[in-house]
Design a binder for this molecule. Structure first.
Ligand code: SF4
Length: 61
C-alpha cells in the first residue's frame, strides 16, 4: 500500500496532522508522502484521503 498526492494540494496541513507517519509538509508548505502506508496507519491514511479538501490524496493497494 502506498499514498499518492496528485497535483493541486493547497497546503492546508490536514493530512500531516491526521497521519503524520505518511504525510508531511515540505519547505514550500505543500504535502508530500513521507512514509509507507501500513496496517497500523491505514485508517488514519484513509481519513486523510477522505477529508482532503481538494481530493488529491489516493491510497493505493
Ligand atoms: S489534506 Fe490535501 S490539501 Fe491539505 S495538505 Fe494534505 S494533500 Fe494538501
Amino acid at each position: 500500500m502506498k499514498a499518492i498526492i496528485n497535483e493541486g494540494c493547497i497546503g492546508c496541513g490536514l493530512c500531516a496532522s491526521t497521519c503524520e507517519e505518511v504525510f508531511e509538509l515540505n519547505d514550500d508548505g505543500f504535502a508530500v508522502v513521507s512514509g509507507k502506508v501500513t496496517k497500523d496507519n491505514i485508517d488514519d491514511a484513509h481519513e486523510a484521503e477522505e477529508n482532503c479538501p481538494v481530493n488529491v490524496i489516493v491510497i493505493e493497494d
